[in-house]
Design a protein around this ligand. Structure first.
Ligand code: ADP
Ligand code: MG
Length: 585
């Protein structure tokens, strides 16, 4: 546990922890000494001919006082280290979130991450102040007492020397069992917390499909599993707890019997016996509180281990010597991609490739449209371009440089994205747009708003830019959310702009306006537009048709219509539905 604390705190945080541990140990030893000094005092009080008791009493008072002072210092030191621990952990978890491969979050670990970085960090933070001190004192105080007993009665001390480790061993064994059970229970608690969150988030679905009355099965299951884990903890942990408690009583009884027999044969005086019993009670008290403090330590240790595991997760690889793209062109060179990426070879059957031998070029300041059925791999291409993931085969280049050799900040400066899924923060519209460029001036903000059509949204809202969008943008309509997301991407003013079905939630009129704006943008930027609407696609310099992970057709609108392939027949059907003639679209 202490080792984990050192590991998590790192070198810069280890000095305050060293100081704290020294303080806590000194306080615990002094406490033991103070108790031991009570023996001669008691012996003097109870004995037939009191010795000179004053020096002992003075020493006792001195020790007790010094212990109180050290203890005070240890408590405040504990809070200092605790707050430092939480600062370091929050910072390191936040940094790690940015460095982890995006794929790490795919497998339902977002909720786990948020639990760990949030409430678990707070829980660990109280460890140095509330757990370390009782834990250390419950170990060191009994040890000091045993040592002190040698001065008063060697036989008792020897018996204690044998018994105390036995007690600690019983305690350690029971605690090892409990730790495993705790882990199972933690997992069950985490699972049901995730389900509760899902239950709350997906209320519209649950209501629409009438699932509320019977309950949401997965939540029920998780709650049942949690209750089962709780019962298992009690059932399996109880024998350990009972044997520990039994062992302490046994040691007590044994020493009592020995003491009485030594007293009867005259080798131990009654005052010494009584005084030793006081020490013994204190010792057993210490061992028992070690068990209690141990429970808290166990939970904290589990948490620190889980935090450590996330912090040790290998980061998304970054180039050792970053290079800068020469221009804003983009090149996909024989790119292949599988979502498992070789990261999880357990299942045996490797995932089907999502992209296969994809080669194309986006010349600087040109517009390319990427079309194709849903599931073809269009979004995957957008994500590979921004290096959210690495290709399984082939190379993605920006300005002639492999994206794996471009520094993360540099890459981010080059590419701006409108995501197919809109991600909004629970803040105002302005905050959500400004995430792209916190220092943008109001002119730039107004320009991005005008291009995306967000200006019309803002005008209609009573609070305007200051409107709170709610969790995930819940208070906005789909089209409004999408315009916030487009304005954000435009505000960034990166030379490469990727629009992934950016206008899917817009109505015809807004879509047409935006399509016009997009064509104008191509004069200044390299554009990759993934779209399903003809009005957006027609004017592109180049159209790529992606089917099942492969590029099957490419050319301008006129080329592709003339080729009479997938593209032509697709638009033919669309155009007929709208009563258009394809050529005039
Ligand atoms: P499109 O954008 O053309 O609709 P996508 O690129 O989103 O297609 O998805 C292509 C394929 O990759 C789909 O079969 C989808 O199931 C799969 N896929 C997408 N995202 C993931 C992911 N995070 N993990 C595993 N498979 C994924
Ligand atoms: Mg997509």
């Amino acid at each position: 546990m202490i080792r984990q604390l050192y590991r998590v705190l790192g070198p810069e945080g280890s000095r305050p922890l060293n100081r704290l541990l020294v303080l806590q140990c000194a306080a615990a030893v002094l406490q033991g000494v103070a108790f031991a000094l009570l023996v001669p005092v008691l012996r003097a009080l109870l004995g037939p001919a009191p010795d000179d008791v004053w020096p002992w009493l003075t020493a006792f008072a001195g020790c007790a006082l010094a212990h109180a002072v050290l203890q005070g210092a240890a408590v405040s030191g504990g809070f200092t280290v605790g707050s430092q621990l939480s600062r370091v952990l929050h910072q390191r978890m936040a940094d790690q979130a940015l460095r982890l491969p995006l794929g790490w979050f795919d497998t339902g670990r977002t909720a786990e991450f948020s639990r760990l970085a949030g409430q678990n960090v707070i829980q660990v933070m109280s460890t140095p102040a509330h757990l370390l001190r009782p834990f250390i004192s419950s170990l060191l105080t009994p040890a000091t007492l045993v040592a002190a007993t040698f001065f008063f009665d060697v036989r008792t001390a020897l018996v204690l020397l044998v018994c105390a480790p036995v007690l600690f061993a019983v305690q350690a064994a029971s605690s090892a069992v409990m730790r495993r059970l705790d882990l199972g229970r933690d997992a069950a608690i985490g699972e049901s917390a995730d389900r509760v969150l899902e239950y709350a988030r997906n209320q519209p679905v649950l209501r629409a499909f009438g699932r509320t009355a019977e309950g949401y099965g997965a939540l029920d299951d998780a709650l049942v599993a949690e209750a089962r884990a709780d019962r298992r903890l009690i059932a399996r942990g109880l024998p350990g707890l009972v044997s520990f408690s039994f062992a302490t009583r046994l040691v007590f009884a044994l020493l009592l019997a020995l003491g009485v027999s030594w007293q009867l044969d005259g080798s131990l005086t009654v005052p010494t016996l009584l005084a030793l019993l006081v020490l013994l009670v204190r010792l057993i008290d210490g061992v028992s509180s070690a068990a209690e403090a141990g429970a808290g330590m166990r939970i904290a240790r589990n948490t620190l281990e889980r935090l450590g595991a996330v912090l040790d997760e290998p980061p998304f690889p970054q180039p050792a010597e970053p290079r800068t793209p020469r221009d804003a062109s983009v090149e996909f060179d024989k790119v292949g991609f599988r979502y498992d990426g070789g990261a999880d070879p357990v299942a045996g059957a490797a995932a089907r490739p999502v992209l296969n031998d994809v080669t194309f070029r986006l010349p600087e300041r040109s517009m390319t449209a990427l079309v194709g059925p849903s599931g073809a791999g269009k979004t995957t291409i957008a994500h590979l371009l921004a290096r959210f993931r690495d290709t399984t085969e082939g190379t993605v280049r920006i300005g002639g440089v492999d994206v794996r050799e471009i520094g993360a900040d540099d890459l981010a400066d080059h590419v701006s994205l409108v995501f197919q899924d809109v991600y909004l923060f629970d803040g105002t519209i302005e905050e959500n747009v400004r995430i792209a460029a916190p220092h943008a001036d109001s002119g730039q903000l107004a320009e991005a708003a005008a291009l995306s059509g967000l200006d019309r949204v803002v005008e209609e809202l009573p609070e305007g830019w200051a409107m709170k969008v709610g969790e995930g943008g819940a208070r906005l309509s789909g089209g409004q959310r999408q315009r916030v997301s487009i304005a954000r991407a435009l505000l960034k003013d990166a030379p490469i702009l990727v629009l992934d079905e950016a206008t899917a939630a817009l109505d015809q009129e807004n879509e047409a306006l935006f399509a016009q704006a997009v064509r104008a943008l191509a004069a200044r930027r390299t554009l990759l537009v993934i779209a399903h609407r003809l009005s957006t696609v027609v004017g592109a310099d180049q159209i790529l048709v992606l089917e099942d992970g492969e590029i099957t057709e490419r050319g301008t609108h006129d080329d592709l219509v003339a080729a009479a392939g997938t593209y032509a027949s697709f638009w033919e059907r669309r155009a007929q539905a709208h009563g258009w003639r394809l050529e005039s679209a």
